[in-house]
Design a protein around this ligand. Sequence first.
Ligand code: ADP
Ligand code: MG
Length: 359
Amino acid sequence: MEFELIRQYFEVPFASLAAQHRHSLHRGIGDDCAQLGLPENHTLYVSSDTAVEAVHFFRDDSASQIAAKALASNLSDLAACGAQPLGFSLNLTLPPRCLEPSWLEAFSSGLLHQAITHDCPLIGGDTTRGPCLVVSITVYGHAPQAHHGFHRSFAKTGQDVWVSGVPGLARLGMLYAYQIRNSLANLYPDAQRHQEVLRLLEKFDPSTRAKAQRAFEAPVPRVSLGLGLRPLASACLDLSDGLSGDLRHIAKQSAVALQLQSEGLLACWRHVFDGAQGALENDLLALSLAGGDDYELCFTAAAQHRGAVEQLSKHLSLPLHRIGVVLDGAGVFLHKSNGQVLSVDSTSYNHFSGALHIS
Ligand code: ADP
Ligand code: MG
């Protein structure tokens, strides 16, 4: 049964992608081990991520969305290191409802679509039954030995801080996802706060709303950006916990301060929404700083690379914004357009933070 399931949904549909990678994927699904070859003078990059039903995704999310997002979050880690995908393995725990052919077919095709988009073959895995759906993926990638891998300790005073896309947009999409399920109160037990969030959600037009939902449901791992940044970026990470939390890692490990400019963050938002003024601007900043699940890349680069980063942005048709600078000191700060400089730990920017509370 399991053998037939693996063959039908994971071996056969993925065979042609695997065949295109014969040079590096010497042995794939169907043997005891997969066997991968690395190009000469390259190093291996490995990362794992697990998604658990009702913790990382809604139970009613579509199978194809769950699959595509699980692979996206793994590929995003390779992107943040500037590594080229080599392949991925898939460990699946399936509850009874997920043994239906229609569910498995949708899961397999969502996964295949993402794998083809990023040219990353499925190399093997494990399949078991269990009480709830768990999707655990490990990705393997490579980069030349000479590539330094964008360590979080590589930010230097004087460098610019850049970000791709619209940080915070996915968190806005998550709020809509809760609203649609009538479960915003799980996130905001305080009735007044709940009402404020409902009023905020009404302020966005249908097009912005659709973009936000898409950013949350179907994040795009920035693999090509990571590759293009190899000669340009120093420190880099992918945004999974929100800018303020994620940037704290760079500030701490590089022993520097990071100062963000509110104007830079609002410029990111203008790609999807240009009606922000006054209090709404503060909400957008809070979404950017505290919101998670973006899977955008945030990196530091020397000022001499500004032109090259802008070229890369054009080449990839992906907005890249300069949102701050690296300074001597410690911590993460926000420089507001009125001249004020605030620590981003300040509670006024924390109200969209926190893990999902899916129930
Ligand atoms: P073993 O008993 O040797 O561990 P399995 O029966 O677990 O073998 O798996 C058989 C083959 O199918 C292996 O090559 C394994 O990598 C692959 N496989 C199992 N589950 C998956 C999956 N969910 N996706 C891709 N390959 C899988
Ligand atoms: Mg096994």
